[in-house]
Design a protein around this ligand. Structure first.
Ligand code: PGA
Length: 255
C-alpha cells in the first residue's frame, strides 16, 4: 500500500520554542515521523516507546512496520484506551489497533497494555500509573485532537495528573460517533505528567483543523485550558519535535 516515497527536505522552524519539521503533505510527514521512530529504535534497541493510535498514526505506523527496523527488544506501552473497549472484539479498541499495526508486524514482545475492560477503571488507572512511572519513556508519540487534547487529556485536565479515567469532551464523543464508532464516554489515559516525563516527545499532525488546535495551544497561555500548551513548559520544549504537513503549518505560521 505504502510505496517508498521520495525524500524531500522539510521546512524547518521553531514555533514557541518547539522544533517543527513541515513536509509537503500527509504522506511525507508520516514517512518522516516513522523514520524518527525507527532511528530511536536503531539507537537503542531496548527503547521504551509510548505509542499513540488513531487516524494520524495509521500511515506513520504503516511506514514504521515496513521500515525493516528490528524492534523485537523494544518495550511498548500506550497512551490511552476507551473504557469498555475489548481488544479482541471492538474495532475501536486502541489496544487492538496497536496489536494489529505495531506489536504483531514488528514482533514486539514486551508490551504494557491498558485494560479497557477492567471491572474498576480507577483501579486499572492506578495499576497502569505504577507501570508507566517505573521508567521514563525514551519516546512518547502524540497526535492532537479536539480542543488541543493530547492522548485523551481534554480541556482543563490539570498538568500534574498521571494515568486517570477521563470523561470525554462532547466534541470528542461527537467526532468518534461521526467516524462510525459506538458511543464511548470515558477513556483511560496517560496524563500530562506522564507525557512530559518522556525523554523525547514527538507530535504529529496533518490538516488545517489540527493546525488550528495546535496554534491555539501555542498562542494562548500555558494553561490546562489548552492541553497541548503543556509542551511549551521551558523544561519540556527542548525534548519536543513536531512533524506536520503544509496545511497545518500554514495555520501555525500565520499566527
Ligand atoms: P486522530 O486522533 O489521529 O484519530 O485524529 C488524534 C487525537 O484525538 O489525539
Amino acid at each position: 500500500m505504502h510505496e517508498r516515497i521520495v525524500d524531500l527536505p522539510p521546512h524547518e522552524y521553531t514555533a514557541e520554542g518547539l522544533r517543527c519539521f513541515e513536509y509537503v503533505d500527509r504522506e511525507h510527514t508520516a514517512a518522516a515521523a516513522a523514520q524518527f521512530i525507527a532511528q530511536t529504535i536503531h539507537h537503542d534497541p531496548q527503547a521504551l516507546i509510548t505509542f499513540a493510535t488513531g487516524g494520524t498514526m495509521e500511515p506513520v505506523l504503516a511506514y514504521l512496520s515496513q521500515s525493516g527496523v528490528n524492534a523485537s527488544d523494544v518495550q511498548a506501552q500506550h497512551l490511552d484506551e476507551y473504557v469498555g473497549a475489548h481488544p479482541d472484539y471492538d474495532p475501536e479498541s486502541f489496544v487492538r489497533f496497536l496489536r494489529q499495526r505495531v506489536f504483531s508486524p514488528l514482533r514486539i514482545q514486551y508490551t504494557h497494555e491498558l485494560n479497557g475492560m477492567a471491572a474498576s477503571p480507577e483501579a486499572e488507572a492506578e495499576r497502569y500509573e505504577a507501570v508507566v512511572s517505573t521508567r521514563p519513556a525514551d519516546l512518547v508519540i502524540l497526535g492532537i485532537g479536539p480542543g488541543g487534547h493530547i492522548a485523551f487529556n481534554e480541556v482543563d485536565t490539570p498538568f500534574d495528573l498521571g494515568v486517570h479515567v477521563q470523561q470525554l469532551a462532547p466534541e470528542t464523543i461527537q467526532r468518534d460517533i461521526l467516524r462510525g464508532q459506538p458511543r464511548r464516554d470515558q477513556a483511560l489515559t496517560q496524563g500530562p505528567r506522564n507525557i512530559i516525563a518522556g525523554k523525547q516527545i514527538m507530535l504529529v499532525l496533518y490538516g488545517d483543523q489540527k493546525g488550528k488546535w495546535l496554534a491555539d495551544c501555542l498562542t494562548g497561555p500555558i494553561d490546562p485550558h489548552y492541553p497541548a500548551s503543556v509542551l511549551r513548559l521551558p523544561n519540556v520544549t527542548p525534548r519536543v519535535t513536531v512533524f506536520l504537513d503544509q496545511a497545518a503549518g500554514r495555520i501555525l505560521r500565520s499566527c
